[in-house]
Every structure is written in structure tokens, then in C-alpha cells.
Design a protein around this ligand. Structure first.
Ligand code: CA
Length: 477
């Protein structure tokens, strides 16, 4: 899949990775010393099927689709958690977040990503990158854990897990509120629609850093609740059954389009490595759809953690391809570091692998043979085609995804060998983890347990959040 140029043909396959990594070698060829820019476009709670490139017929994402068409679309890519905070902790460190206790969503008084972890931003800074984060952080809002203290030169966004898409001095933007927008450490106001402004700030950063390699972690809250859109965007989808989501997605697509347009204008798009993904599956409360997957944000079915995912790097990766190998969001870290400098993989015991050999055709098959998930009392394991979901106090379920992507045919009693194998793999992995440093409280814990029970039995879920279920009924599990 690599576009072979003359120098590569002369030097043969071993040189290929060196050139991909933007580094010279001893062959005497002219060095390609320009490191690629790296951008992670991390959207929030987007449904598996809610982009044109994933087959959506009713949500319009022309700019994202065009970008995807120039890259490689992954069909079996997974985030390391089915909720926002821990999924981001995995991406930020390239390691299973359970290794350092960031297993559940943090609250305002939780810590953030363990201080001993080297973030992707810190690692890329060591490689000479200018680094910036935009949008939602959700990785700790206490001093020491904030973006500028974890490797980002520049930050424009909010520290908490969600907020209004409009400036609201009475609520999200109250002085000192963790939902408020800050530029680095300074609270700022903004005009108009937040997704638009997040796109603008990224464009500004590219303008200021266009002469040096940069890393952008662009993490809009779109399309997380609250379901708020601009009046003019809503008007475009008047009568649409998912009007608000369609309008929010349209704004998201516009912002991505503006970022890509800026890269093009500056002649940077060719040598920019871009990842696009959602931080978890579509949520039950934002009109999203994960079809044909079962489940949604917060649970261990495919709809919770198999996400839309593509990678582009026009100068090195042939576009228009699909990659079917088992892939993790933890691979973003390793891939980015490999692209920045293949000789110096910072960080310790990374759980991800570089995807570059797979993207260039040097390697075939699955980047991972196994993947694991755990949040408090719910866990899952993937080994080859098989998937295990284990929930405290319930019989585990087993599926064979190649035959049953929708996870309806529980094989636990028919295939005890795989049941035992996956249980054993999960337990072995858990030996390398620690207990969660915080949990999400009894209400979410109970609702999440009930959702798993319902989905494991292929029945309609009783409630999606604590507000749907009276507290006095929640003790009978
Ligand atoms: Ca999310």
C-alpha cells in the first residue's frame, strides 16, 4: 500500500520503513528530514454507523468522508474503554489505563492520569513537536493533571466531561467552573457555537506552527449531549428524524473540513498523519446508531467499543483501502512515535503497536491477537474471533464474532474450551492491572450492571441512566 518512489525502489524494503518514518539512512539517498505533523481527531460518543464513510445514509459528513477516502478505513478497531475518560487515558498513554487505575470516569475530585505515565504529547515534545490540545480533556482537572502540565504547549478547551455548546455565564462558564473554556490556564469567553470555535483554534495553531512539526489532539465534545445545534444547521435538517444529531454532526464535519483546508492551503496535508475515531460507541441518549452492532456507550458489546476509525498520511499511505485486522486505539501512540522517530519509542511497556507496517503493506494480518476491557465489575476479552463478556454475579457470555457480529448467540455452554481460554486470558491480563483508583458510584454501577444483564439475555434494556430508574428500585439486583 506504500506509494513506492524511486529512492525506495533503489534501496529496497528495509529502507521503506526508514523513509516512512521521515528519517534518512546510510544509503546516501537524500534524507527526508521533515517529520510528519500528527493530528488525532477524537470525536465524542459518535455512533458506529453515523458517518458517510461508515455507511450512513441520513447523516451528512462530506469533509470527513473525503478525508477517509484518502486514507485507510479500519473495520475492526476498538477503543480501550466504552466511556470517555478511561478511553482517553488509553489513547494519551498508549497503555491499558487499568495499569494505572484510570478505569472509570473521573469526577472533579478524582486525580488524573498517573504522573509516572508519559503522555503522547510529552513523548512528541521530546521529538521536537509543538503540541496542542483542543476541546474536552476529562483526564483530571486538578493542578498537575491539566493539559499544559501533561505535555501540551497550548490548550483551548474545557477540563470536564461535557458542557453546553454555547457560552453560558450562568452555568458552564461560571468563574472557576471546570466546564468553562480555558486558554491554557486562563478562563476565556467565546462567541457562537463551540464546535466551530474548536475548529478555528486548531486552524490558528496550524498557522502559527506551520514551519515546524506539530501534534494536535483535537477532541471536540461533538456529538456528546447536550443536544444543542446552531439554528441555521438545524434548519438544514428540518423534518429529519434525528435533526439535532444531524445538525451537530454537520457542524463537526464543517470544523474538520476547515482544519483539512488549512493543511491543504499551507501544503501540509501530504505529510500529516491523521487519525480519526470516536472515543466510545454511540450513546443511548444522543440519537446515535451503532448498527449493525449490539450495545452502546458504557457496555462491553461491540457497539460500546468498536468505533469508526481511519488513518491518513497522503505522502506515505495509499488511500482508498480497508484494513480488517484487529486494532486498538492504544496503537495511536506507538504509530505516532514511530512516525516521528522510528528509532526512539519513548514510553514504557506500551500496549499498542505501530500500525505503519500494516498501513504500508510490510506486514499483514492482525496487529493484535488479544484485546481486553474492564470497568469496575464488567470486563471483556477478545481472542482471535472470540469474545467473552464477564459481569460480576452473572454467567459469562461467549460469542464468535466472525459468525455473529451482533452478539446474540451465546456459545458459553456449547464451547466450554473457548470459554475457559478467554476467561484464563482475561485473568492473566488482570494480573498486570491494579484496582480502579475511583469508581462512578452505586447508581451508575447498578444501571450499568442491569444494562449488561438485559443485553446478555437479548432483551430490551430497562433503563439507560439513573434518572430513568427510581432509586428505591435499584437495590434488588
Ligand atoms: Ca465519549
Amino acid at each position: 500500500m506504500l506509494k513506492i518512489n524511486n529512492s525506495l525502489k533503489l534501496a529496497g524494503g528495509i529502507l521503506a520503513l526508514s523513509v516512512v518514518a521521515g528519517y534518512s539512512c546510510s544509503s546516501g539517498e537524500k534524507p527526508n528530514s521533515k517529520k510528519p505533523n500528527i493530528i488525532v481527531l477524537l470525536v465524542d460518543d459518535a455512533g458506529y454507523a453515523d458517518f458517510g464513510f461508515m455507511g450512513s445514509a441520513d447523516l451528512k459528513t462530506p469533509n470527513i468522508d473525503k478525508l477517509a477516502a484518502g486514507g485507510v478505513i479500519f473495520t475492526d478497531a476498538h477503543v480501550s474503554a466504552t466511556v470517555c475518560g478511561p478511553s482517553r487515558a488509553g489513547i494519551m498513554t498508549g497503555r491499558y489505563q487499568q495499569r494505572f487505575g484510570f478505569e472509570c470516569n473521573p469526577s472533579s475530585d478524582s486525580c488524573g492520569v498517573d504522573m509516572n505515565e508519559l503522555t503522547i504529547a510529552s513523548a512528541l515534545k521530546k521529538e521536537g513537536y509543538a503540541t496542542a490540545a483542543f476541546g474536552k480533556w476529562h483526564l483530571g482537572d486538578q493542578p498537575g493533571y491539566r493539559p499544559n502540565e501533561r505535555g501540551f504547549d497550548y490548550y483551548w478547551g474545557f477540563l470536564s466531561g461535557s458542557r453546553s455548546y454555547f457560552y453560558d455565564g450562568q452555568k458552564s462558564d461560571k468563574q472557576g467552573d471546570p466546564h468553562a473554556i480555558t486558554e491554557n490556564f486562563n478562563q476565556v469567553s467565546f462567541e457562537g457555537y463551540l464546535t466551530d470555535r474548536l475548529g478555528d483554534r486548531a486552524v490558528d495553531f496550524i498557522e502559527k506552527n506551520k514551519d515546524n512539526p506539530f501534534f494536535i489532539y483535537w477532541a471536540p465534545n461533538a456529538v456528546h449531549t447536550p443536544m444543542e445545534a446552531k439554528t441555521e444547521d438545524l434548519a438544514l435538517f428540518d423534518g429529519h428524524p434525528r435533526q439535532k444529531l444531524a445538525a451537530m454532526t454537520w457542524a463537526l464535519d464543517r470544523a474538520v473540513g476547515n482544519i483539512v483546508e488549512k493543511l491543504k492551503k499551507e501544503g501540509l496535508l501530504e505529510n500529516t498523519l491523521i487519525f480519526f475515531l470516536s472515543d466510545n460507541g454511540g450513546a443511548a441518549n444522543n440519537q446515535s446508531t451503532n448498527f449493525p452492532l449490539k450495545g452502546f456507550k458504557g457496555n462491553k458489546f461491540e457497539g460500546g467499543h468498536r468505533v469508526p476509525f481511519f488513518v491518513t498520511w497522503a505522502s506515505e499511505i495509499k488511500g482508498g483501502e480497508t484494513f480488517k485486522g484487529l486494532t486498538s486505539s492504544l496503537d495511536i501512540y506507538s504509530t505516532a512515535l514511530h512516525a516521528a522517530n522510528e528509532k526512539n519509542l519513548h514510553g514504557k511497556n506500551l500496549d499498542g503497536v505501530s500500525l505503519i507496517p500494516y498501513l504500508t503493506g510490510k506486514k499483514q494480518g492482525d496487529p493484535h491477537q488479544k484485546l481486553f476491557w474492564r470497568k469496575d465489575k464488567m470486563a471483556a476479552a477478545r481472542v482471535g474471533d472470540h469474545k467473552l463478556i464477564r459481569v460480576e454475579k452473572l454467567p459469562s457470555v461467549l460469542y464468535k464474532l466472525s459468525d455473529d457480529l451482533g452478539e446474540t448467540g451465546n456459545l458459553a455452554s456449547k464451547d466450554p474450551e473457548h470459554l475457559q481460554l478467554l476467561n484464563s486470558e482475561l485473568k492473566n491480563w488482570e494480573k498486570e492491572t491494579i484496582a480502579p483508583l475511583w469508581t462512578e458510584g452505586v447508581q451508575w454501577d447498578t444501571i450499568t450492571w442491569m444494562i449488561h444483564q438485559d443485553l446478555m439475555l437479548n432483551r430490551k434494556v430497562r433503563a439507560n441512566d439513573p434518572g430513568q430508574f427510581k432509586k428505591d428500585k435499584m437495590n434488588g439486583r
